[in-house]
Design a protein around this ligand. Structure first.
Ligand SMILES: [Fe+2]
Ligand SMILES: [Fe+2]
Length: 282
């Protein structure tokens, strides 16, 4: 049965029988990223009901975020040399910001889209917890470099795509996990090598954990994207191209990490389409 539930402010305790989806929305509203990541990791969701069919009202102010980092246009971000301490801290900060947004994206898909099987919500809860762990690993590493999350400006490209796909789960799956997170699979090995080249073995180890987990996140995105395409009788490759154009997804640029993408469930038709076709012009 469908039910409606208003969102409670993040500082109002949830009722004891709150569902996993209500918890996800509540966590998404929290302001402080460190507290949010810790709360996501501390919540044992195994005994919570999902309440898949409930329609939750969207509160104002999603996602909750701290006053810093300052959000700027990507072109306003400086590219600092990774060989300097400041440059390395800026790189680790950028990665931590991606993970902070990734926590938001996993929580958002979980609360926002009703009517999916229970396994869908359990999958995204696992993703939310892994993103929280990634954030904590990077933030802790950043502190060893004398900085904290918020010290550098950042851009908001990941959440922009979430906002653009707020009413369409198929587009969300196509363009967030299967495009933006998949892009992470392509670029992570080079960033890892950069860290190794400046002697940052600890940073490189964190990126190993992230790459392993992110293959799983993209795989989850692929699984549910294909499930929905099959249910709706849509061709997955053609539909992807259309959705990417419609929502002005970033152009997919090589080189692609084909082994990671294969491990994440992209099939050969999808990989060929990726390499052959510009996806969007804006
Ligand atoms: Fe992540
Ligand atoms: Fe992820």
């Amino acid at each position: 049965m469908t039910s409606h539930a208003p969102a409670l402010p993040h500082n109002t305790p949830l009722p004891p029988d709150a569902s996993l989806r209500q918890h996800a929305l509540h966590l998404l509203l929290m302001y402080q990223t460190q507290d949010k990541a810790a709360a996501v990791l501390a919540l044992d969701a195994s005994g919570l009901r999902v309440d898949a069919d409930a329609r939750l009202d969207e509160p104002a102010g999603l996602p909750g975020r701290p006053a810093r980092p300052e959000l700027v246009h990507p072109s306003a971000l400086k590219n600092r040399a990774v060989g300097t301490l400041e440059g390395r801290a800026s790189l680790i900060h950028a990665l931590a910001h991606i993970e902070a947004n990734a926590i938001h994206l996993a929580l958002d898909i979980l609360w926002r889209f009703a009517g999916m099987p229970e396994a869908f919500y359990r999958d995204w809860w696992q993703v939310a917890q892994e993103e929280a762990r990634h954030f904590e690993l990077l933030e802790t590493h950043l502190r060893t470099l004398g900085h904290a999350y918020g010290d550098f400006p950042a851009h908001d490209g990941l959440w922009d795509m979430a906002a653009r796909t707020r009413t369409d789960l198929l587009a969300r799956l196509a363009l967030v996990p299967r495009t933006l997170e998949a892009r992470g699979l392509d670029v992570t090995p080079a960033i890892r090598n950069k860290l190794v080249s400046v002697g940052d073995q600890a940073g490189a180890k964190i990126l190993d954990v992230i790459l392993r987990d992110e293959i799983g996140h993209v795989a989850i995105g692929n699984r549910w994207y294909h499930t929905l395409c099959a249910q709706r009788g849509l061709d997955p490759v053609k539909t992807y191209t259309e959705l990417a154009r419609q929502h002005a997804a970033p152009v997919a640029k090589g080189p692609f990490n084909l082994s990671a993408r294969r491990a994440a469930g992209f099939n050969e038709a999808e990989l060929s389409a990726l390499a052959a076709e510009p996806l969007a012009t804006t």
